[in-house]
Write a protein that binds this ligand. Structure first.
Ligand code: 5AD
Ligand code: SF4
Length: 440
């Protein structure tokens, strides 16, 4: 028998790419590939790319440039580009970087084994179609091997919101929900392999409306179905749009014990003028009222958000409205970005904000968000939380896991194992993590 071929996958960007990389590795596993952690000994290198901001896309080209030497030493090495840069710039990638053998967009991953075979024969292959068939159904089913206690599971893909800054509707396509039975089967299978926590993924996950036995299910209804799976202890979902935060989902946050008290709910900006120009279809006020309703259902919920500063036509006053909204909401964690022009999106045509002003605003916003993050983290001291242990710590006997609120928690002299869910009292708050001790 010949030695297995080695596959090196590098993943950029969001959690959905992490999930897709796993599924691609599994599909190529069926073609005799095993994963390697180093590009140097790979027979195939796959970059699973992100196109959300310019910097993310440019990284791909500089990374590809670095493989020149490897390819010269090993002419059989195949190099592929997957993900959203592949979708957006398919042919351009082949033109700019002749060492690329294969370009595959996110909706064509089920065709990867065929494409790999063609690339092996020396062909250059490109597939950035949006085919009708469900790629996840066509992708090889996930192998039975044991795995870590947390997993991602894509339930919805694409987006119909068309925020004026965002490439997602173009790279991931129209909003599509996977049928519920397939998701439940995949979840059951993951639990059978040791998974205790599943994060449901979608670019607009709370718009989920997958087919069920008696009509479409909402995300909350899907969560209640998952809640019935014995051995599944925790459910999370990301990323949501404020306008799709339906009543049954808000209610589930108060009533479903497996649904964790953490919600990522991007607002992007606090000025109604800017929100309108962004095509967000909500106001700062409606967002704040929504957060109040969610907190009424689940008072301890940790709110996370995304922000963009320096969006075209943003004035200092508009930016102040973002700061005011942040002060009012109080975020447990957040991601903030300087606006990045994405070719093909409506905002790309508009007058841009002075980059120095945008940098300055980003710094101020991040300082406020970091302060809030620290305050929320510090407020955990003295509280009892659930912790799912994910790995051993750096110190002997130490275990590391995530709290219900997604904070990293270290426990010294810990008698528990990876995959155990324990009650932990938080005793101190460090730079980026909490320390706790087992209760009982
Ligand atoms: N520029 C800056 N940030 C962006 N995001 C999306 N598109 C852009 C862009 N063109 C941010 C949004 C989104 C997150 C995933 O990335 O905040 O919620
Ligand atoms: Fe992009 Fe999210 Fe807006 Fe959809 S809702 S266009 S994914 S920012």
């Amino acid at each position: 028998m010949s030695a297995p071929k080695k596959l090196f996958i590098k993943t950029y960007g969001c959690q959905m790419n992490v999930y897709d990389s796993e599924r691609m590795a599994e599909a190529l596993g069926g073609e005799g590939y095993v994963e390697t952690k180093s590009a140097d000994d790979a027979d195939m290198i796959l970059l699973n790319t992100c196109h959300i901001r310019e910097k993310a896309a440019e990284k791909v080209y500089s990374e590809l440039g670095r493989f020149k030497g490897l390819k010269a030493d090993k002419p059989d090495l195949k190099i592929g580009v997957a993900g959203c840069v592949a979708q957006a710039e398919g042919e351009e990638i082949m033109r700019r970087q002749p060492l690329v053998d294969l370009v595959v967009g996110p909706q064509s991953y089920h065709r990867l084994p065929e494409m790999e075979a063609k690339a092996r024969e020396g062909e250059k292959v490109l597939d950035t179609d949006f085919p009708e068939e469900d790629k996840f159904e066509k992708l090889k089913s996930r192998p039975k091997a044991k795995r870590g206690p947390t997993a991602f599971l894509t339930v919805q893909e694409g987006c119909d919101k068309f925020c004026a800054f965002c490439v997602v509707p173009y790279t991931r396509g129209a909003e599509v929900s996977r049928p519920a039975d397939r998701i439940l089967r995949e979840a059951q299978d993951l639990v059978g392999r040791g998974v205790r926590e599943i994060t449901l993924l979608g670019q607009n996950v709370n718009a989920y409306h997958g087919a069920g036995p008696n009509g479409d299910l909402t995300l909350a209804q899907l969560i209640w179905e998952l809640d019935k799976i014995d051995g599944l202890e925790r459910i999370r979902f990301t990323t949501s749009h404020p306008n799709d935060m339906q009543d049954d989902l808000i209610e589930a946050h108060g009533t479903c014990a497996k649904l964790m008290p953490y919600l990522h709910l991007p607002v992007q900006a606090g000025s109604d003028k800017i929100l309108k120009r962004m095509n967000r279809a909500h106001t700062a006020e409606s967002y704040i009222r929504l957060i109040e309703r969610i907190r009424a259902a689940r008072p301890d919920i940790l709110i996370s958000g995304d922000f963009i500063v320096g969006f075209p036509e943003e004035t200092e006053e508009d930016f102040q409205a973002t700061m005011d909204l942040v002060e009012e909401v109080k975020y447990g964690t957040a991601y903030s970005f300087k606006y990045s022009t994405r070719p093909g999106t409506p905002a790309a045509e508009r007058a841009q904000v002075d980059p120095a002003a945008a940098d300055d605003r980003l710094q101020r916003l991040q300082a406020l968000l970091t302060k809030q993050q620290r305050e929320v983290q510090d407020s955990m001291v003295g509280r009892e939380v659930g912790v799912l242990f994910e790995k051993t710590g750096r110190l002997p006997g130490q275990m590391v896991g995530k709290s219900d609120y997604l904070h990293a928690v270290h426990v010294a002299d810990c008698s528990r194992e990876v995959g155990d869910l324990a009650r932990v009292r938080i005793v101190s708050s460090g730079a980026n993590s909490l320390a706790g001790e087992l209760i009982g």
